[in-house]
Write a new protein. Structure first.
Length: 364
């Protein structure tokens, strides 16, 4: 054997002439790792010197949130669960009420009015029209009847908006024989809502008379189940008066400011006198069912202004009023033509659906 060559040993067998098993030579090298039971290489050897995740996260983490087991945290989670469940239950009830509402037996006209400008009449027209078209698959058209540069058609996505207006449709009333003839004049939204724009020229819109709108509604009534009239500011304007008298129901829109709400209450007194709602008896009860007051862009429920105004509506005997809170996401949706009811927070979705239920309940 060459000098410096280590002796060779066999792992098995016996030492020559002794009959004893050969011994494995001792070595300072570490023992090889034990085989991994799953057959995929050696098992990981625990190393107490490693920095472990458990040293940082001392409590369980679920979906990125550390679970705290304190009494207060458990109570808070329980309250959150109950609130969510209550909101889900209320929304399910509204969805069911929408679907179970009786169907319209004829064309219904709904007037959206207010004695004050900037309260959200166009917004209410738009969200109600979308809801009726999308959730109930009704044939709905929203008509811009605002004499002063109405913006209803501007809420439609750019790729769905048409350049034609009701002024372009009116000369051809006698030649409209099918709904396909109407489609060239309306913007068709993804929800199924159709929007008929007002002319942008003020002098053209000023020439529109109640009689003209009467002919227009007669035509649209042949093809649609619901016609929403987005009327301009004011109650005593001849066109607003026509819309109120022609409508099967009305949405009276206000905001929570004192000045605006006070004007709306005054308008309610006027409408009562004009429609004979103060005469008592069956006529009064039937007419009151035609009206829903919408308190739009309202602050939180704890706001003093909101509570006072809602109390005033109740004292006035308005059985149905819906409060829609201010929501910046809704504002951006409308401004960017990306409106989606499903993407709104539940705090906004619920009153929108509540308003939809009130409208559907009054369809004839």
């Amino acid at each position: 054997m060459a000098e410096g060559t280590p002796p060779r040993f066999k792992l098995t067998g016996t030492t020559a002439g002794s009959g004893k098993p050969r011994e494995r030579p001792k070595s300072d090298a570490p023992e090889p790792p034990a085989p991994n039971p799953n057959g995929r290489g050696p098992a990981r050897v625990p190393d107490s010197s490693r920095f472990r995740r458990g040293d940082v996260y001392t409590r369980p983490v679920v979906q990125g949130r550390e679970v705290r087991e304190g009494t207060w945290s458990r109570l808070r989670e329980r309250v959150r669960e109950l609130a969510t469940s209550e909101g889900e239950r209320r929304e399910q009830e509204l969805d069911r009420a929408l679907l179970e509402a009786p169907h319209a037996t004829r064309t219904n006209t709904i007037a959206v009015v207010s004695p004050k400008g900037g309260v959200g009449k166009t917004t209410c027209t738009f969200i109600v029209g979308n809801l009726l078209a999308e959730a109930l698959n009704l044939r709905v058209v929203a008509v811009d009847a605002n004499r002063d540069f109405g913006t209803l058609a501007s809420l439609a996505p750019d790729d769905a908006r048409v350049d034609r207006t009701l002024a372009d449709l009116l000369p051809h009333l006698d030649h409209i024989d099918s709904v396909s003839d109407v489609l060239a004049y309306v913007s068709q939204l993804p929800s199924g809502l159709h929007v008929l724009a007002a002319p942008e020229q003020a002098e053209v819109m000023a020439a529109m008379t109640p009689e003209t709108y009467g002919d227009l509604l007669d035509l649209l009534g042949r093809f649609y189940e619901v016609i929403l009239l987005d009327l301009g500011t004011g109650i005593i304007d001849p066109l607003a008066q026509f819309g109120i008298r022609r409508a099967d129901q009305a949405l009276l829109v206000t905001t929570p400011e004192y000045v605006t709400a006070d004007k709306v209450l005054g308008a309610l007194h006027y409408l009562n006198a004009e429609a004979g709602w103060d005469s008592g008896g069956e006529e009064e009860s039937l007419n009151r069912k035609r009206l829903t007051v919408v308190l739009n862009r309202a602050p939180s429920e704890r706001s003093g202004d909101r509570q006072v105004i809602e109390s005033a509506f109740r004292r006035f005997g308005i059985g149905r009023h819906v409060t829609i809170p201010y929501d910046d996401r809704l504002r951006v949706m409308l401004d960017s033509a990306t409106y989606s009811l499903a993407e709104l927070d539940r705090s906004v979705r619920l009153p929108v659906k509540r308003l939809g239920v009130d409208v559907v309940d009054r369809l004839i």
